[in-house]
Design a binder for this molecule. Structure first.
Ligand SMILES: *[C@@H]1O[C@H](CO)[C@@H](O)[C@H](O)[C@H]1NC(C)=O
Ligand SMILES: *[C@@H]1O[C@H](CO)[C@@H](O)[C@H](O)[C@H]1NC(C)=O
Length: 302
């Protein structure tokens, strides 16, 4: 349907870890670890030994029809199958999800999803973003859930293991309210503001996200030795946190970078980050459809 373009080339970033800790960092580390252990012990005592912490998990795929860049995006066919169906089929393979729903404001999307067997929750058109849509869907679900995974419908090749990974990360980190995933940044994406970079502390909690290259090498160039991290769209939230997340006032860094997740950090909440091996194939424009199709054909994915 659109001009063919070649799939993004392979990574050239090599990784070597060069983390250095001074005495102060270790002390802070110790204090935070102490807090985390105290929270974990408290949580376990509260829940009893039989049940896992934050055990009930729902995966929500927010999908809207209207989009400034790509009208009707969730329904676009990728090698003959609607993109939203591909995302849903991947999510179905995740072991940690008790329930999966598509949250949409659009009849056509709802009809399509019901057609391939998905559960659908209708949400209002006033939802301003995927997070708000997830929150509204959560309120409308019959059962209670402890964790909501926001599975973006524009990553049809999302591995079920990544979904499970962010869920388990949040279950294992009671002091975090949010978890997400990163992968190695390709050096050609270093200065692309649409590729969001992330830096984490030595226990895997997010320190900051930026559209600029972080950390920034003194030379002003990409350091081929540094293991830069690229943020992936998938995120999961503690459901109590999700209820207040959309209500939190926008924060200065969030507004400056136009990155929602900074609001979480700026309000002092902790976010757990897992590192995964994933070649990002987000579909943001009609051109991306061609790219992902040729990628899939090259690898015999159907
Ligand atoms: C910056 O990158 C270079 C490699 O390009 C590396 O040798 C150096 O250690 C890095 N850090 C600083 C502070 O220059
Ligand atoms: C969603 O959109 C609203 C309005 O643009 C914004 O205030 C909010 O920070 C966004 N993100 C979340 C998580 O609610």
């Amino acid at each position: 349907m659109n001009p063919m373009s070649v799939c993004s080339s392979s990574s050239s970033s090599s990784s070597s870890s060069g983390s250095s800790n001074n005495a102060k960092a270790w002390i802070i580390h110790g204090v935070v670890a102490g807090v985390a252990i105290a929270v974990a012990v408290g949580a376990r005592a509260y829940l009893g030994r039989s049940r896992k912490f934050r055990s009930r998990v729902v995966g929500i795929i927010p999908a809207r029809f209207a989009s400034s860049r790509f009208q009707g995006k969730p329904l676009v066919h990728i090698l003959g199958k609607p993109m939203i169906q591909r995302t849903w089929e991947r999510a179905k393979l995740a072991a940690t999800l008790d329930h999966i729903v598509v949250a949409t404001d659009d009849e056509k999307i709802a009809e399509c999803c019901l057609g391939f067997g998905a559960k659908v929750i209708m949400t209002s058109e006033s939802c301003r973003n995927g997070t708000e849509r997830c929150n509204e869907a959560l309120q409308k679900l019959e059962k209670k859930y402890d964790i909501v995974v926001n599975i973006q419908g524009d990553e049809p090749l999302i591995e079920p293991e990544i979904i499970d990974g962010v869920v388990k990360a949040l279950q294992a980190a009671p002091d975090a309210v949010f978890s997400t995933a990163v992968t190695s940044l390709k050096s050609e994406d270093a200065f692309d503001p649409n590729r969001v970079k992330c830096v984490v502390d030595n226990r895997g909690y997010a320190i900051y996200f930026s559209r600029g290259l972080i950390p920034y090498n003194k030379s002003g160039k990409v350091n081929p030795q540094f293991p830069y991290l690229l943020h992936l769209g998938i995120q999961s939230y503690d459901s109590n946190f999700l209820k207040i997340y959309p209500e939190l006032q926008p924060t200065p860094l969030q507004l400056e970078e136009d990155l929602e997740q900074l609001k979480v950090l700026e309000n002092g909440y902790k976010m757990k980050v897992i590192k995964v091996d994933h070649e990002a194939h987000g579909v943001d424009t009609p051109e991306d459809v061609e790219k992902i199709e040729s990628y899939m054909l090259e690898r015999n994915l159907s």
